[in-house]
Design a protein around this ligand. Structure first.
Ligand SMILES: Nc1ncnc2c1ncn2[C@@H]1O[C@H](COP(=O)(O)OP(=O)(O)OP(=O)(O)O)[C@@H](O)[C@H]1O
Length: 577
């Protein structure tokens, strides 16, 4: 992984934090006054012990108490405000990245790249948001005050100061040990629960297969192993973190008493006043609170840091798409020039130096054995994958010049496995637009020859589909998938095995749709296994091991390369090879 990509991702995150610079400054300012007001308690004690008790003046006590109440009230308000500011920094950060991370996660998933789990993207963002909004943030602002409070204790008596510093050092070592002792456990816990979540998701999706093949016991055993691992790591983490948290808390309480004991001894030696003894005890508690807080919120911070690293990597690997100059609607002229394709994260090319042209009104059938590269070509033509070499041009412009969303307006795609989303049939055809234009939806369905089939559904176009699209048969899904591909009047339509689930009626509707597209001057590419799909094709491309074996007019290519061409597409002549 290129370090520069991670750096670019981290820079993007940092830039977003910089946008909250004013809020950070305000928190700094409020923290300044909050910490200054912390002196209220010790000063009050100092006055009560050394002045009120000595003078036995009730009026002074009342005045001091009134002042103390006022100052504490101000401190409470300021502390509350900085809490609200922190919550807003976290929320702004999340709001800024929600869409960006969601898109990056989607792109990353569709690229199917290795090495980074896309599931963590949103959780990483939540973790950073959580840490930014939590009191962990204040630790950063409060810790610089620790030396100041220790200095005041020194002023009371050097021995008290030394005890405070020694106590602080012990707590810092606890923090360090905590960090070392829990990091591995925490990372293990996050990884294990991520893996079990991913498995749960994929099993949920394939629950029918799992049940039908009696795989429930074996997959649940595998899942259980992951769950147990996550649980083990979590318990380990919680044990060690808990140990350090409790030990440091107890130590801090002990230190407060120890400093009282030392103070009392110094008072007995007449080296210090009783007020200073009490004030020191309060101050030491406050001086060491941020260190204690750092240990307590360590898991939050650690998770946020891990999230920061992972998000930097994700955002660095999937840079934000630059805004492109919108191009006019292209003509259906497709040029594939010396294209080589390598699946993301792989080394070996699955398409090699492939070239062909397609003109308006032409349909190309792409045939070839399994794994010959047909679906790879579909992904390249739709811009899902970028060519590792060569160019794909639509009306002269390479596909990336249209931008990802822009391209989708011009290129329709029917994938091999049609997945419909939770929503109505109309929304699905309209590619999940929330208020789809009914006219366009019906036009696309009619073009796909799916209109009548949709009307026969219980609620017609408003039939609601569950997340799995489960209500429909394979053929119905494929026909709605075709309507979705044709929505918005694309000029190039790429159909990957469009008839694998179609009955005779569906096949006829498909062929009619292809004929109509050709008549409208669109171009169509059909990846085909079944002969019926290439009936309407003018051209044929035969792929073998990712290379072009033949390309040309359908009948010529079939006659030259297939022994049984007459059976493949009836009416293409009688000669055989
Ligand atoms: N996402 C991917 N990651 C890695 N390799 C892939 C990926 N998709 C396809 N391949 C590889 O690319 C090669 C071509 O696969 P492709 O799906 O393009 O073939 P196909 O001709 O469409 O096959 P089929 O007719 O069985 O659908 C195969 O060797 C396959 O293993």
């Amino acid at each position: 992984m290129a370090i520069s990509a991670v750096k670019a991702g981290a820079d993007e995150l940092r830039a977003a934090l910089k946008e909250s610079a004013n809020a950070f400054l305000a928190i700094g300012l409020f923290s300044f006054f909050v910490n200054l007001l912390v002196l209220t308690g010790p000063l009050f004690m100092l006055q009560v012990y050394d002045r009120v008790l000595a003078s036995r003046s009730e009026a002074t006590l009342v005045a001091l108490t009134g002042l103390m109440i006022g100052l504490f009230a101000i401190m409470g308000v300021l502390d509350h405000i900085r809490g609200r500011l922190a919550a807003r920094i976290g929320a702004n950060f999340q709001a800024k990245f929600d869409k960006r991370v969601f898109n990056a996660v989607l792109d990353r998933t569709s690229l199917n790249a290795r090495g980074i789990s896309t599931l963590t993207g949103m959780r990483d963002l939540d973790a950073i948001q959580g840490a930014l909004s939590s009191p962990a943030l204040f630790t950063l602002f409060d810790i610089p005050w620790t030396p100041f409070f220790l200095f005041i204790i020194f002023m009371f008596h050097p021995a008290m100061g030394l005890l405070g510093v020694a106590g602080g050092l012990v707590l810092v070592s606890f923090t360090w040990l905590n960090q070392r002792g829990t990091k591995a456990d925490q990372e293990r816990a996050v990884l294990a629960s991520r893996m079990s979540d991913e498995m749960t998701q994929s099993l949920q999706k394939e629950s029918d297969t799992v049940r039908a093949l009696g795989m429930r016991r074996s997959v649940s055993a595998r899942w259980q192993v992951l769950r147990d691992r996550a649980l083990d790591a979590n318990v380990g983490y919680s044990d060690s973190n808990g140990f350090y948290t409790i030990t440091s808390k107890t130590f801090r309480v002990f230190l407060q008493s120890a400093i009282l004991a030392l103070g009392a001894w110094l008072v007995l030696q007449n080296s210090m006043s009783a007020g200073a003894m009490i004030a020191s005890s309060i101050l030491i508690g406050r001086a060491l609170a941020p260190i204690d807080g750092a240990i307590g919120s360590w898991s939050l911070v650690q998770r946020a840091l891990q999230g920061w690293r992972q998000l930097s990597e994700l955002l660095g690997k999937v840079p934000e798409e630059e805004s492109r100059t919108a191009l006019p609607k292209p003509r259906a002229i497709l040029e594939v020039q010396q294209v080589t394709a390598i699946p993301p994260g792989e080394q070996v090319a699955t398409l090699r130096m492939l070239s062909f042209n397609l003109n308006p009104g032409q349909a190309l059938g792409v045939i070839g054995q399994s794994a010959s590269g047909k679906s790879t070509l579909a992904r390249i033509l739709t811009g899902i994958w970028h060519p590792a070499g060569g160019h794909v041009r639509l009306d002269g412009a390479s596909l990336d010049q249209y931008g990802f969303d822009g391209l989708a307006d011009h290129v329709g795609y029917l994938p091999q496995d049609v997945v419909l989303f939770e929503g109505t049939i109309a929304e699905n055809i309209a590619r999940m637009q929330s208020h789809p234009d009914a006219e366009k939806v019906v036009a696309a369905a009619k073009k796909a020859g799916a209109h009548d089939m949709i009307l026969r559904l219980p609620d017609g176009y408003d039939t609601r589909l569950p997340a799995t699209g489960a209500k429909l048969s394979g053929g119905q899904k494929q026909r709605i998938g075709l309507a979705r591909a044709l929505f918005g009047d694309p000029v190039l339509v790429v159909l990957d095995e469009p008839n694998s689930n179609l009955d005779a009626e569906g096949s006829m509707a498909l062929n009619l749709a292809i004929r109509n597209l050709k008549a409208e001057g669109k171009s169509v590419v059909i990846m085909a296994h079944r002969p019926a799909a290439i009936e309407e094709c003018d051209l044929i491309l035969i792929l073998e091991n990712g290379q072009r074996l033949a390309f040309g007019p359908r009948d010529d290519v079939l006659r030259a390369h297939l022994r049984n061409h007459a059976q493949v597409v009836p009416g293409t002549g009688t000669g055989s090879k």
